[in-house]
Design a protein around this ligand. Sequence first.
Ligand code: XMP
Length: 517
Amino acid sequence: KILILDFGSQYTQLIARRVRELGVYCELHPWDMSDDDIRAFAPKGVILSGGPESVTEANSPRAPQAVWDLQVPVLGICYGMQTMAVQLGGAVAPGTVKEFGYAEIRARGHSQLLRDIEDRVNDEGHGLLDVWMSHGDHVSGLPDGFKLIASTKDVPIAGIADESRRYYALQFHPEVTHTTQGARIYSRFVHEICGCGDAWKPGNIINDAIATVREQVGEAKALLGLSGGVDSSVVAALLHKAIGEQLTCVFVDHGLLRHHEGDQVMKIFAEHLGVKVIRVDAEARFLDALKGVDDPEAKRKIIGRLFVEVFDEEAGKLEGIDFLAQGTIYPDVIESAGSKTKKAHVIKSHHNVGGLPEHMKLKLVEPLRELFKDEVRRIGVELGLPREMVYRHPFPGPGLGVRILGEVSKAAADTLRQADHIFIEELRRAGWYDKTSQAFAVFLPVRSVGVTGDGRRYEPVIALRAVQTIDFMTAQWAHLPYELLDVCSRRIVNEVPGVSRVVYDVSGKPPATIEWE
Ligand code: XMP
């Protein structure tokens, strides 16, 4: 396994995902991980990530001494390269300008890391690679024992290596897809230089997880709040495989789910997979509690509180439960851990999963704690969940409650469900569903005038929104083809009673958020 020390770069999680895609297990820890913890982790290699700080500043982060004492290969990326350089006796110069974007690097001499990895070869026989740069400082003097292995026009020292100690460092970011040979560079490091195998694959991940869960849970019973979202669905399928009848799922249907969503969840889990699922039809309770409330945050609070309440009531009826299963995934774990220097993270308040019922004294079982979202999806497919479910766009916990602007009503929810279903169906048909990160319809409580036949209509408006994003922190509106929007608009107005007009949202985030409320 590989240890990645995080110096705070926005690309650190990407490094971990790249390494795992290569079939190698790795963990991401803050740069100030203790020497004891590093020794206990016993990595076969260490990767030092990039970071926003400058090694030329006093008190800037350094790699712990244990990294150098372990005598395993080390790869420094960007800031990781700079801290490696200064810690081992080289020099770093502050950048006057920040370099950001594509660069062409030239692989110099032979290095085990970059040998024969190239996009092109120049006249002198040097390999050339297209890479992604993002840095201010650069290494200006080689530490003892190091040689130059890469350079660019602007950065004479863009890669260094000490082959005898197996220390390598790169100024560019091989984890970013713009660096076309990035996967080969990481493979060279983890497979050949560190000697890791490639056993971290969906089948093995599942077998490992099953063994761990069986050991943890034994003969005891576990409870899971199933929401129909990717994470809880995969936990359900996995736990069912591991402990079968000892698992009970509670699925709270708050009446603000998408078209036929509740039935589909039951069909897949209860009928198809044979999982024990208790469906709680709480639509009336939720709608009742939401009556007269139009403030978005107030609606969120009500839905969240009631969700936990209903879940707890149901859980309380069950006997002999010892474990509460949760769909916590690795990014949640990383975010809540953090390092001393890490800037405050904005953590979304999730309530898809019920709160831990205190009086039940449940222990947690979290079989996805070590997995990234893409790994969760892959094992979901391997476990037999339908692709459409596993690769579905994210859906907020409060559901249609925040997509019906203002006061929520059953009539509005029914209208919105139909319109949303048509939009999604057409997106899929046109091959655009997988090209967008999130797409949905919004119910606007304003009425607009329309005509159909000889009738005048004065009815609510449906807005369509589709965005493309990597991290949901920023997003672009999707440039859907006019023909596709046209089909959606016609179908919605013709097939959904009580809608006279359809509009498309062309706002990016920022300034707009993805949801309308
Ligand atoms: P915004 O609207 O903040 O959305 O740009 C970013 C992502 O978060 C989702 N979202 C929520 N998810 N409960 C959730 O579980 C919420 O209250 C909530 N509000 C927004 C949103 O769908 C998008 O994926």
